[in-house]
Design a protein around this ligand. Structure first.
Ligand code: ASP
Ligand code: MG
Length: 408
């Protein structure tokens, strides 16, 4: 007998028919003698619909009321799923996040889970019931309803799996696993059988939007075996785990990319202590997130400084930097918001030389100019012109033989 936490995303519960088929799937596992906790999202489109309703009434509703509103989406799904289970003769009860209870801090719309009281769930599981929990929500110490940020049901599922020491946490979604890259860009992309938490974090933060990043952090921290699978297609999906042994032969696990980047450069900056802070201080104060940062070695006592920001923040960042340019007596500010970042990710990089040169060679062969380069322990990122995105991803996919699959 195993204990599973299953999470079904919005599309998987997007209609009455789909809720019924989720119930059938759950019943099968339950009938096989396993204990099962099901976490569900709101029906697809519902959270967006609620956001739109709020905006029709108030441009800037309070976060507290937004949470009261948004949490209703998941409450609809838990009750409908329980009804579907009941009609199959399967004993089940639904709970909101507050009822469980999932205690969070008070940062409305982006709350963090502090603790979970698992006694009620355990008692029901021991009675042979299926327990259905609303994803994405909790309650703070004052009893206010909170939500965990968009995509937060993933985190609810992982947190429950950690609290209950579940054998596995399954995230059922509309894709059948984690791919070597986005199949819409490279049709030869292949589903990975396994990926490490670290790699998944890089892939997720780089824009492979399969899982909420926080859920992966949580799973890594508490060592929750996390599996991403399709709710529509049979298969084993992708297991996200610590084990690296079977993946040793794969140098690179995947290629992630981010189209939402823009870069800014300030040239002729006096090369003095405190300059980097003077450049990035106002950007940070404006709450603009900076990603890559590059500063050149100074030549004539001045230096060039380049960094990237989200494309939506480009104009704001540029205005701030123009001001800094005047204050520092720097030469000029240039920028480009038609760039993308492409990264190769893999734990195999730690123990192998020559990965970067393979990457650069593949890009050179296609005549793609690299504008920026950054590396970390398990990834190498390049910034290139937007028009090269598809070409670059495909060239790298081929260069690292990702379509062939180093693993079993
Ligand atoms: N319903 C919420 C959202 O759309 C939470 C989730 O689906 O995970 O973001
Ligand atoms: Mg989701």
């Amino acid at each position: 007998m195993a204990l599973y936490v299953y999470k079904f995303g919005g599309t998987s519960v997007g209609s009455v028919e789909r809720i019924k088929s989720v119930a059938e799937k759950v019943k099968k596992v339950h009938d096989a003698g396993h204990q099962i906790v099901v976490v569900v999202s709101a029906m697809s489109g519902e959270t967006n619909r609620l956001v739109a309703l709020a905006k029709e009434i108030q441009v800037q509703p309070t976060d507290r009321e937004m949470d009261v509103l948004l949490s209703t989406g998941e409450q609809v799904t838990i009750s409908l799923l329980c009804m579907a289970l009941h009609s199959l003769g399967c004993d089940a009860s639904s709970y909101t996040g507050g009822q469980v209870k999932i205690l969070t801090d008070s940062s409305h719309t982006k709350a963090r889970i502090l603790s979970i009281d698992d006694s009620r769930i355990k008692a029901h599981l021991d009675e042979g019931k299926v327990v259905v929990v609303a994803g994405f929500q909790g309650v703070d110490e004052h009893g206010n309803i909170t939500t965990l940020g968009r995509g937060g049901s993933d985190t609810t599922a992982v947190a429950l799996a950690a609290a209950l020491k579940a054998d596995e946490c399954h995230i059922y979604t509309d894709v059948d696993g984690v791919y070597t890259t986005d199949p819409r860009v490279e049709p030869k992309a292949r589903r990975l059988d396994k990926i490490t938490f670290e790699e998944m974090l890089e892939m997720a933060s780089l824009g492979s939007k399969v899982l909420q990043i926080r859920s992966v952090e949580f799973a890594g921290k508490y060592n929750v075996a996390l599996r991403v699978l399709s709710s529509f297609k049979e298969g084993n999906g992708t297991l996200i785990t610590y084990e690296e042994s079977q993946m040793e032969s794969a140098l690179i696990s995947g290629i992630a990319f981010n189209r939402d980047e823009a870069k800014l450069t300030i040239t002729g900056v006096p090369d003095l202590p405190g300059v980097a802070f003077k450049i990035l201080g106002p950007i940070a104060d404006a709450n603009i997130e900076v990603d890559m940062i590059i500063q050149n070695i100074a030549d004539d006592a001045t230096t060039d400084f380049t960094f990237t920001v989200h494309r939506n923040d480009y104009q704001r960042a540029k205005t701030l930097l123009d001001q800094t340019c005047i204050e520092l007596g720097a030469r000029k500010v240039t920028g480009d918001d038609n760039i993308v970042k492409i990264s190769i990710v893999g734990v195999g990089m730690r123990s192998h030389a020559g990965i970067a040169s393979t990457m650069f060679k593949a890009l050179a062969a296609e005549g793609i100019n690299i504008r920026m380069i950054a590396t970390s322990e398990i990834k190498i990122s390049v910034v290139v012109d937007e028009k090269y995105l598809e070409l670059a991803v495909r060239a790298l996919h081929a260069a690292f033989k990702l379509d062939q699959g180093a693993e079993s």
